[in-house]
Design a protein around this ligand. Structure first.
Ligand code: ATP
Ligand code: MG
Length: 182
């Protein structure tokens, strides 16, 4: 039986806030959507230089899911020694790629991971992000993740969830763990 469904009323979903689970929530949607044979593309802003489990995890779901890492890694934190211009160039490319992917109408769900952070840190401008949101066809869901979602993004979204930190092992000095955090 062909389970493939058609999306009639595509939504804009935003996962933001300081608590853990934003990217995880977006990745969870991929598994659920694959159950209906929906095609998902994830574009990762910021992320690029480090390894994340989802990179190879996606290969196991490759009939339905693919990831393009378009960032240059952490911006202005940890081991970042790249010039700001390099990060900005990468983010500008990611914006254009997001628009191309949305307009291709090849994907049922498009996830823009950490796009809120790219905007919040000034790597991209709100006008760029609005262009992306406007490029979304009606037949596609768009998921945007990252802390500090811009008020205009929240205004335009259909669903906004704020992850709120109640406890995180980081507070007790525990480091990020494979399969849970990255
Ligand atoms: P995840 O990718 O685990 O769903 P996230 O997308 O909600 O996390 P980000 O802001 O993208 O959170 O942070 C990325 C990394 O920081 C992840 O390794 C995540 O586990 C960790 N992290 C998220 N929230 C917190 C927090 N409140 N305190 C410490 N580390 C956090
Ligand atoms: Mg994240």
């Amino acid at each position: 039986m062909d389970k493939k469904i058609k999306i009639k009323n595509g939504l804009i979903l935003v996962y933001t806030g300081n608590g853990k689970g934003k990217t995880t929530a977006a990745l969870g949607t991929v598994v659920r959507a694959a159950g209906y044979h929906l095609q998902t593309k994830m574009i990762q802003f910021i992320k690029g230089s480090w390894y994340y489990g989802e990179k190879d995890g996606a290969l196991l779901l490759s009939d339905y899911f693919s990831i393009e890492q378009m960032g240059k890694g952490f911006y202005k934190i940890i081991d970042d020694d790249l010039p700001e211009e390099e990060h900005k160039k990468a983010a500008a490319k990611a914006i254009e790629r997001a628009i191309e992917i949305l307009q291709s109408e090849k994907y049922d769900i498009v996830i823009l991971d950490e796009i809120n952070v790219a905007l919040d840190t000034g790597l991209v401008q709100i006008e760029d992000v609005v262009r992306v949101m406007d490029a979304k066809p009606k037949t596609c869901h768009l998921i945007m993740t990252g802390r500090n979602a811009h008020p205009d993004v929240i205004e335009r979204a259909d669903l906004v969830t704020e992850m709120r930190e109640i406890k995180h092992p980081f507070q007790k000095g525990h480091f990020a763990q494979k399969g849970i955090d990255f």
